[in-house]
Design a protein around this ligand. Structure first.
Ligand code: PLP
Length: 446
């Protein structure tokens, strides 16, 4: 080990307190650098980044245009407080609302996704005068107080109780349907019926918002079946509830659209974003606000704010992101790679690999669900498994890393969500590594 690497390891283990971890049980790998779809360690081992870090690095590592934007903005105005007007902040807000669609008017900028969701809920509560918020099981909305309460996965459990006015419901998930459905149409119909019953039983007069990840991300790339989101929109309209689309993970090109709801012919009232807006080069998130909701605050104070709301360095990278997307045809590239390369390959794994139970996704956003037994659909590891229970997935992850791929793994799934700038050659190479690692899982369950 080089002295440089040794120092990184020592400082990290001695002084850095890590997210979501038993501090004494982790050993984070020191990263020496990255470029495009790859990053590498101090020994020169290179990894294809199939998780885009935390699904934020949409334009890849060290994109020259994003770096230049930071350098340029740092030289002219490195920071300015949010109560003043600023050129890059205003221009980015204009572009974001334009990309979101004509019913949107303004953007409230935040530091990331959790505080975007906190503030969207705050707006919805004030606008409707109703406090309760409904969110899905199998969802992630962030780790701050209301956002972690909205979250429908085990990360919420240790944080309870927090926001008392959150109610969870089941969303569609055809492969493990909570409604015993056998077709997408049935899943849509039954999931909407369940949602409406929950609204009625909870009291429509108490519910201010429903928040949904347009495509559920970390909890499984759960694709909404045809008609589901339109049905949610209709229920919101029927009962005077605001529809908040959490696009923190899927917004800004992940699925080949500016926003994922645009492929579902629906228009939410509030849209939250972060990650892909500027690939996380400088932290940035926000809420895109419909004209109707934003006008409500024309003659009322909005009781919320952040020191770094609309930070110019972060906004400058956002502007550069829009330029790169347009110039390099990123949205079309994502759709092409998803349709032409990923879909046929991962679909073939359903036949080829006994351990592959389901594959689903779109664009550069796919999940491969690993099972012990295809006929019973028993997951390769139990829900929320850790330690010895999680060993079969840990072995899969280790096999990928040993072959030069850094996989995204969650429970019994691996997700394919590389930077949107990945080349076809890199994508095919990465998928071949996953294919080989799945063969070793097949052997282990045989
Ligand atoms: N919402 C979704 C769908 C996310 O995937 C995440 C983060 O992974 C968040 C919200 C929280 O974002 P942040 O970590 O920037 O607070």
């Amino acid at each position: 080990m080089t002295p440089d690497e040794a120092l990184v390891r020592t400082n990290d283990r001695s002084h850095v307190f890590h997210s979501w971890s038993v501090q004494g049980a982790i050993n984070p790998m020191p990263v020496a650098g990255g470029l495009g779809a790859e990053f590498w360690d101090y020994d020169g081992n290179r990894y294809l980044d199939f998780g885009s870090q935390l699904v934020n690095l949409n334009l890849g590592h060290q994109h020259p245009d994003l770096i230049a934007a930071i350098q340029h903005q740092a030289g002219r105005l490195a920071t300015i407080q949010p109560a003043l007007a600023n050129d890059v902040r205003g221009e980015l807000a204009r572009l974001v609302t334009q990309a979101a669609g004509e019913s949107f008017a303004k953007v409230f900028f935040t530091n990331g996704g959790a505080d975007a969701n906190e503030n969207a809920v705050r707006m919805a509560r004030l606008f409707t005068g109703k406090r309760k918020v409904m969110a899905m099981y199998r969802s992630y909305h962030g780790s701050t107080s209301t956002a972690i309460t909205l979250t429908g996965d085990p990360r919420r459990w240790a944080n309870e109780p927090s926001d008392a006015s959150v109610v969870h419901f089941h969303g569609p998930y055809l492969y493990r349907s909570p409604f015993y459905s056998v077709s997408p149409e049935q899943e849509t119909e039954r999931a909407l019926e369940h949602l409406e019953q929950t609204i009625v039983l909870e009291g429509a007069s108490t519910i201010g918002a429903i928040i949904l990840e347009t495509i559920v991300g970390t909890n499984g790339v759960l694709m909404p079946p045809p008609g589901y989101l339109k049905g949610v929109r209709a229920l919101c309209d029927k009962y005077g509830i605001l529809y908040i689309a959490d696009e923190v993970m899927v917004g800004f090109g992940r699925v080949g659209e500016w926003f994922a709801y645009q492929a579902h012919d629906v228009v939410p009232d509030l849209v939250t974003f972060a990650k892909g807006i500027n690939s996380g080069y400088v932290p940035l998130g926000g809420v895109i606000i419909s004209a109707t909701v934003s006008e409500f605050f024309d003659d009322r104070m909005f009781p919320g704010g952040l020191t770094y709301s609309g930070h110019p360095l972060a906004c400058a990278v956002g502007l550069a992101t829009f330029e790169v997307f347009e110039r390099d045809g990123i949205l079309a590239h994502v759709r092409d790679l998803g349709d032409r390369v990923i879909e046929p390959i991962v679909t073939s794994w359903l036949e080829k690999h006994p351990c592959v139970g389901d594959v689903r996704g779109t664009g550069l956003f796919w999940a491969i669900e690993l099972v012990k037994d295809k006929s019973t659909r028993e997951p390769l590891v139990p829900f929320n498994a850790s330690g010895a229970d999680a060993a079969p997935m840990a072995a899969f992850v280790a096999a990928c890393k040993a072959s030069g791929l850094w996989p995204f793994a969650h429970f019994n799934r691996t997700h394919v969500c590389p930077p949107l700038v990945i080349t076809e050659e890199e994508l095919r190479r990465g998928l071949a590594i996953i294919d080989a690692a799945l063969t070793s899982v097949d052997a282990a369950i045989a």
